[in-house]
Design a protein around this ligand. Sequence first.
Ligand SMILES: Cc1cc2nc3c(=O)[nH]c(=O)nc-3n(C[C@H](O)[C@H](O)[C@H](O)COP(=O)(O)O)c2cc1C
Length: 197
Amino acid sequence: MAERTVSVRVLGIVGSPRRGGNTEALVDEVLAGAEEKGAATEKVILSELDISPCKACDRCLKGVCAQKDDMKGLLDRMQKSHVWVLGTPVYWWGPTAQFKAFLDRWYGAKKVKFKGRPVVVTIALGATSSEVARHTIGMLTDSLNYLAMNIVDTIVAAGVQERGEVRSLPRVLARARRAGTKAAAIGQAAAATTSSD
Ligand SMILES: Cc1cc2nc3c(=O)[nH]c(=O)nc-3n(C[C@H](O)[C@H](O)[C@H](O)COP(=O)(O)O)c2cc1C
């Protein structure tokens, strides 16, 4: 029987509402690194989707989420991807409202496999000290570890205030690209055992 190669699928999720901004540039760079490994990539911009905040009604724990919006489709896309690239800028020491609403909606996502899934985190902030990103890094690290996910790398770009300014930081971009390559290699193992859909 002929063997079929299943290409690894990598999904970038951008939590900044600023198109062409620093977060999107970081996510793009990670995706480019994954493509070097032969990955098929796609990207979603959370602010262009309709994702309502969690209502804490607990309907998801008994069945399906009460919210009828774009989150169901996004969770399907997440489930079908082998690697996730999550990106948010720092807004008031935390993630953007769009990113937090998205994360809160993981609460009842029973059909999505979180455990062991490779994930790359990217964070952009205006302050020159990455210490200012500590709550955002901590919140994401603790949440992803709680879900037993595989954090491949966390890339923090400090001191980038203007749109796309991160493109003048070659070392940060190189690290993002390497993270994409590494995550794709890890995801490839999962892809090999998953049937394509
Ligand atoms: C509403 C708002 C709040 C912000 N709060 C912070 C902050 O607390 N600390 C910081 O360093 N930068 C802060 N920034 C700056 C952004 O983190 C910075 O411009 C970042 O590069 C934006 O990323 P983006 O280009 O992907 O949108 C804030 C920007 C906005 C619009």
